[in-house]
Write a protein that binds this ligand. Structure first.
Ligand code: AMP
Length: 216
């Protein structure tokens, strides 16, 4: 099963993906994380990517599609992917369709997390990521504790694009470029709408039930 987690920035896609990988033996593919790795490696490409990310715009389809081709062609991920933050526009969605066919796989479902703007902004401003294990926390709603995080708080970092100004640009990019994909997946009968406003465990339960029914 390959699953797409869809929704605006801050909707909780990464958090849900982190929980789902464990229960459904999936591999999380976050294009945002892959791009941030490139930035951390301080390559020439990484420096260019950082400028785009900090403006809240989309990185070019060529760069993204290359990353995704490498993953879909890799047999160790065969039909076991959970996409977080991809596809982000119609051309990427069409490219993904092409690649899943080429590598004899399929998209099992698209889970769209619905959350309103005010909540999104609060979530983004409180977000913290562990630079060691990659897990995502929130200083207000889901703090790192001894029970949920073994690395400890010293590795927690804030993303450079999680600030007031860039958030507004990212939301605008989402509305203009990404949201139209929903109709595309609705027509393919793959779309499940999820209320993304509740607690992490409630949302997880709702999503798990959908994935379990697909596996049955
Ligand atoms: P995310 O971690 O998903 O919030 O992504 C952070 C930033 O990385 C986005 O605001 C974009 O600038 C870039 N990015 C992530 N995924 C994509 C994608 N599929 N296509 C283009 N840009 C992306």
């Amino acid at each position: 099963m390959n699953v797409i987690l869809f929704g605006p920035p801050g909707a909780g896609k990464g958090t849900q993906a982190d929980h789902l990988v464990k229960y459904f033996n999936l591999h999380k593919i976050s294009t945002g994380d892959l791009l941030r790795n490139e930035i951390n490696n301080k390559t020439e490409l990484g420096n260019k990517i950082k400028i785009i990310i900090d403006q809240g715009k989309l990185v070019s389809d060529d760069i993204i599609n290359n990353l995704i081709t490498n993953i879909l062609s890799d047999k160790k991920f065969y039909n076991r992917l959970i996409f977080d933050g991809y596809p982000r526009n119609i051309d990427q969605a069409i490219n993904l369709d092409h690649l899943v066919k080429k590598y004899n796989q399929k998209i099992s479902c698209v889970l769209s997390l619905n959350v309103e703007k005010e909540i999104i902004i609060k979530r983004i401003l409180g977000r913290q990521t562990c630079s060691k294990c990659g897990l995502i926390f929130n200083e207000h709603f889901y703090p790192s504790t001894k029970d949920n995080h073994s690395c400890g708080i010293k590795f927690l970092v804030k993303r450079s694009d999680d600030n007031d100004k860039t958030i507004l640009n990212r939301l605008e990019t989402y509305l203009v470029k990404t949201l139209p994909i929903l109709d595309y997946y609705k027509k393919l009968n793959l779309l499940h709408e999820i209320n993304g406003k509740g607690r992490i465990d409630q949302i997880f339960k709702e999503i798990s039930a959908i994935l379990a029914s697909l596996e049955a």
